[in-house]
Design a protein around this ligand. Sequence first.
Ligand code: ADP
Length: 456
Amino acid sequence: MVKGIRKGLVAISVLVGVLNTLFFAIYVVFVFEPEFSPGVIAFHLFLTMAACIAFSVMAVLLFSRFFVRQLQNITVFINSLVPGKPFEKLKHYRDDEIGELAFSSGKMAERFNESVCQLSSEKGKLELILSRMGDGIFVLDGEGIVRSVNPSAETIFGFSARTATGMSFIEIVRDYELDKPVRRCLKTKKPQQEYLDLGRDGLYLGMVVTPLATEPGCLVLIQDLSRLRKLQLIRKDFIANVSHELRTPVSSIKLLSETLRDGASDDPAVSGRFLNQLVEDAGKLDEIVQGMTTLARIESGEARLVKKPVDIGAVAKNAVSRLQGLADDKKIVLKTLIPPEQMMVMADPAQLEQVFYNIIHNGLKFTSSGGEVVTRIYCDHHQLLASISDTGIGIEPADLERIFERFYKADKAHSGQGSGLGLAISRHIIEAHGGRIWAEPTPEGHGSRISFSLPV
Ligand code: ADP
């Protein structure tokens, strides 16, 4: 079926034909005389043709105005489309080619908007994933220039994403060891994997570099494995330490009992000494087992705190008086600097006393005679602070944090004394009370000071 523009064109052709015939007929009927010279006839024909053309052009112009306006509307509609923004639908068009074009433009705009919405939703999801990822991500171009980064990468390397984009990877990470796998990947277009110990701040990183599939460049994924490695080291140390702790009393018990079995029991003096040593070693084993059980109970939450309002000064004084005998034996002065008024805190009194006991006991253990161990308690900014300082051997800066780990012993020379669990238990108890515990050298420069805070 002929329709729309073609119908119009056919109509114009018919109109032009009809006008042509009409003008020619008018000319023949009203103007033409047989005696006209050929020049006059040619002139008349020219006029007829000019009139015919003028009418035809006017008809075409009138006819095309209608279509051109519709086409202009469609052009304006297409130009007004903004990705992702809602648009006003085109008015209803007639059932012709321009109507079809308008309909298809509307459909195309809808599909275009759907795709843009889908893309931006995918982009949003991807950005959310990247921003929540604990691993650092860099997208680099073929020259190793940063095109995008995620917040974790900023945290690991301490830079701002705004300044990073457009800089080279090496400028940001400032480490050739990290840059090498990236260069290799950009050159060979093959994935690279590395584990790097950067040495600074104990930073240990896992790195995976993958070439981009669609363009030159690569994706760099960096995992901060420092904590994991620290935990692995702690676990390794824990196993080494626990076996070391158990080995000494166990070998001693084995040796003593074998010696007794092989005849030493016949000598009452020797057997008495050996039996005393056996009791001491068994006591040590018992101390280790007790300590481990206490720790396990606290860690599993089995050992529940029975909190009530307690006077922390009274609790500290109880622990001090329990250790006074030991202090006298070692000729160490045990001092307390505790304000006379009551200082109430919500705590489990038995557990809190255990903490004071462990720390003061350590102070006595690592201080030689003539020294002093001072227990201070004071209130500061809505928290109670307790500190136990001594004039003993002190703690190396590298050990200040580690002494709170299970079985960690800073002083190898005195490693025979104690189980290495006292401070680990104390830390758990203080943290379970919502407080914090730490060690530092004394301001005077000799000895050490172990402090803890408790919320009031
Ligand atoms: P231990 O039973 O071995 O004393 P702790 O957990 O109480 O176990 O202490 C762990 C390590 O911390 C000790 O072995 C010691 O090396 C160090 N330490 C703790 N307190 C002191 C202190 N007051 N002075 C020096 N070193 C200390």
